[in-house]
Each structure stands twice: as structure tokens, then as C-alpha cells.
Design a protein around this ligand. Sequence first.
Ligand SMILES: [Zn+2]
Length: 454
Amino acid sequence: MEEIKNNHCSIDILAASERLSRALQYRTISFENTDQINKSEFLSFRTFLEEAFPNVFEKFKIELINEMSILLKWEGIGHNAGSILLMAHMDVAPVEVGTENDWRYPPFSGELSDGYIWGRGALDMKSHLMGILEAAEELLKNDFKPQNTIYLAFGHDEEIGGRNGNAHIAAYLASKGIALSAVLDEGGFILKNAVSAVTKPVALIGVAEKGNTTLELISSAAGGHSSIPPRHTAIGKLSAAIYRLERKQFRTKLDGAAKQFFNAIIPEMSLIKRIVFKNLWLFKPLILRVLTKSETTNALIRNTVAVTMIEGGVKENVLPQQAKAIINFRILPGESINGIKEKVEKIAGRDGIKVKIKENSFNPSGVSSSSSQEFRTISKVVKSVFSETIAAPYLTVGLTDSRYYQKISSQIYRFSPIEISMEDLNTIHGVNEKISMEAYEKLLRFFYLLVEEF
Ligand SMILES: [Zn+2]
């Protein structure tokens, strides 16, 4: 792999941090109850972006999609060059009611303190959004012209499913016959101690993402008085079904994106572990057993089951006529929503329990190549900016808006170029979300070099 010689980027980190701080002060919050969404915050956020990045908004072609989402186009100068899409969402998750006072600084203050920029969206993902724009603005000032055409897509409703934002942007690009040679969206971070066997930081570049489906299990029974009950009530039958599902679990398997991930980190392991992993045919059952011990690695090798809601019964002495459970499943690439439903019907469907697929289900994505030119470019830039870091293909377990682009691109990568501790990772959607200025400076350099390389 050819190295990047001059990884210099001239963005002033102090000024950039102040701009990020201002970005965090806009309450561009997505609420499940869409009546609560404050549209004018999104519109003033856009005005702020236009003022903060005058060159970008003057020279790029700007299109508003569904009024709130923004699509920007930077025309490439290369002959037969491709098109690259960089994504980020403008909206943030709400601050949970009752946790406001647990924040060191108010969540929409954008406080610059202790070497950190604090606020909702600092990690997920206004830093990413601002970083892309900072890089583009700086490159324009330096008179840079990309070979490939570069699109920037900033959705406004990722946190509630992206149906009005990126779903429409993707459909719009498809209607114009545009195919993308690569897409980069949020995803894995750069983690230390992500796997106990590896000491170097690992950049987790999602080459696939798990599917998501929620099933409703409905158990029905005749009602009546609790003084003459049957042996099992609707609630009892439902509980037994849930118990069977949790005990049984889905079969483990090590292939696709998860296998690529382990292949990438094997060379960094100790000799013993290297031998074990290299002889997968021999040690596979052992490895799978070890991987199921941690919730993080367990999620990489099987469809997961999470019983999240339950409901039933109206009165202490009335037999319930119905009990319901809501169960969320995350599905490995190569499998399907219908496959999950069939399996659940087999395990839990006894006693007349009905299984229904809830809306907002998505099949898993395809697996993008980890040997493509674009993946190599991302890895090269990672190695240049983040020293001693391994770039590894990964399976993203959460949903991203990038899934909407599958029809127009087969190379979709999900990566957040931020060095972060496991502890700070938990502040996403939680309390005290923040990014260090040091991490932000590297993020800026990442996007600057990435665009230059593209
Ligand atoms: Zn996000």
C-alpha cells in the first residue's frame, strides 16, 4: 500500500472547535412523536452552515430534499471518474427527560472546556458533519479540484428511521441514473481494547450492517375468574415461549464481515491465539464459544434476541384474554426477516401463540468488499492519521441511513473516524456526550486527506 507522504492539513483547530460548539447549540432533535420536532431549528442550523462554510455553499450545487435534508454536489474533473457519497445526519437523539441535570454542562451549550467540546451530537454526529464541511471548505480555499464527483448528503431524520431524509435523497439520485462508486456513513469508531487479544487501536470499518426486525408475540386464552383458573393463563403461555426463545438462541456462525474482521486482527494477536484463529477448521467450536461470552462479539456471530416490552392482564382476579410481548431481533447478513419469523414460530408458536412482524423491519445489508480501491483508500488514510492503528472490516450491529443507498452502490462503508474510549462510547444517546479537541483535529485531518485521495 502506497503511503500518504504529506498528511498535513491546515485547518485551524481552535476556530473549527468553536464552529462545532456553535453547531451543537442548535436543537435539531428528532422525536418519535414528529409533532415535537422544531423545524425552525433545522432551518437556522442550515443558515448557520451557509455562513460558516461560504465557499462550499457558493461553489457546490445545493439541493434541498423534502425541505429539510441537504444534498451537495462537488463536480469532479476526472474523465470517466466515479461518484463518492459522504453522509452525515443533522438531527440528534433527544436528551432523556430527567437526565438534564446529570450533564456536566447543559446538553445544548456546546461548552468548550477541559480540552473537550460538550453536547448532544458531539459524537453522533455533528462532529462528523462539520468535519466533512471543514475539509471541503479548506480544500476549496487551497484550490483543490477532486477527480471524482463528491456528493454530501445530510439527512434530517436518521434518529427516527431516515424515511423522509436519506430515503428520498437515495431515490432522487437513483431517478437521475446516478451510481455511486462508494458511500461512507457513520459506523464503527476507533477503539482500544475492542478485542481483548489485541492491544493496538482498531478502526472498525463497517462493510455490512445487520438487519432489524421486531416481532409481536400474541398469546390468547379464554377469560374468566381467577378462582377457577386453567393450568396456564395467556401470560403463563407467553412467558414459557419467551423462556424457550432466550434459552435456545440462534445458531452461531463465523463468516462474512465477522470473519473478515477476525482475519484482519489475527496478525496482531499473540502467537497462541494466532495459531488458534488460523486453524479455524480445528478450533471453530472453541472460538465460537469464547466469542459468545462477550455481548459485543456475540452480536457479530449470531442473530440476537432482545425481549423489550411485555403487556397483559387488567385486574388481579381476572384471567387475561391476551398477553403480548415485543421482541427485537438483529439479523446477520445472508439471513432474512421471514427466516427469523419462521424460526420464532417454530420455537415459540406452540399453544396458539401468534407471531406478527411489526413495521420498520429491514433485511440485513449486502457485504461490501474489503479489497476494493475505496476500502484501501479509507484504510490508507486511517493509517496515516491514526498511528499504530489497524483498519479492520467490521459488521455494524446498529442501523444506519446508508442502507437506503444499496440500490445505487455496492461499496458502502460505515465508519466514524474518532478515537474513543469504551466509556465515552456509552455517552452516545446518553449523558455527557463530548469529543476531545485532539480527536476532533484527527477527524478533520481524516476527511481532508480522504477527499484529497478521492
Ligand atoms: Zn448517528
